[in-house]
Design a protein around this ligand. Sequence first.
Ligand code: URA
Length: 249
Amino acid sequence: MERLQKVIAQSGITSRRKAEELITEGKVKVNGTVVRELGTKVTGRDRIEVNGVQIEREHPVYFLMYKPSGVITAVSDDKGRKVVTDYFQEIVEERIFPVGRLDYDTSGALIMTNDGTFANELMHPKYKVDKTYIAKIKGIPEREAMKKLERGIMLEDGKTAPARVKFLSGDKKKQTAIIELTIHEGRNRQVRRMLEAIGHPVLKLKRERYAFLDVKGLNPGEFRELTPHEVKQLRNQAVTQPSKKRGHN
Ligand code: URA
């Protein structure tokens, strides 16, 4: 859901301030009804008319990117560092942005779109979209440490939801291990903080899968368009996996 004035401004016909004026003057209709409320939220599926003319919404686009490490998950950076949209120079018509974020040093699967409703659905904490990470960690974790991750770890912003954890390999000589961790929350630096909390700081982190999507066939910095079926599946996944806490299960 996005604010009506923002959607009007994004269509390119006027500024956001002017769009607000048009709304309060009663010149904007949503699905055939005049709307004067500035707080009104609309989805990509609502029909919006300004002065009786339907606005052209941006054509929604959806991409899966293999984010390289050393890149900021943002559309711009005031310090001039590389950002994920730098890899999308050929996409000029649509204003795309990342869905959620990966840390500067994290690589892997990242969804990019210009569809705010879709992005909000996927990121809403009420829905559980699985994200699978491969972490190279310091030390070789004991069985009990892995169990702790599975049960949930107390972090400064609360206990993490249960995770799925797999031990992939260990290097006794180098004292490092590779583990796979699947979580559905998306807190800031969550995987790094969880592993730090059990005494095995992350040396390298990659998001191997976002829901059912992986970056196989892509090199770091490359992206591909999602198929309409994949977009539908992601949408379904977001809306059919509500949190147990809210009693929708
Ligand atoms: N967890 C992290 O710690 N970092 C990421 O980039 C993603 C999840």
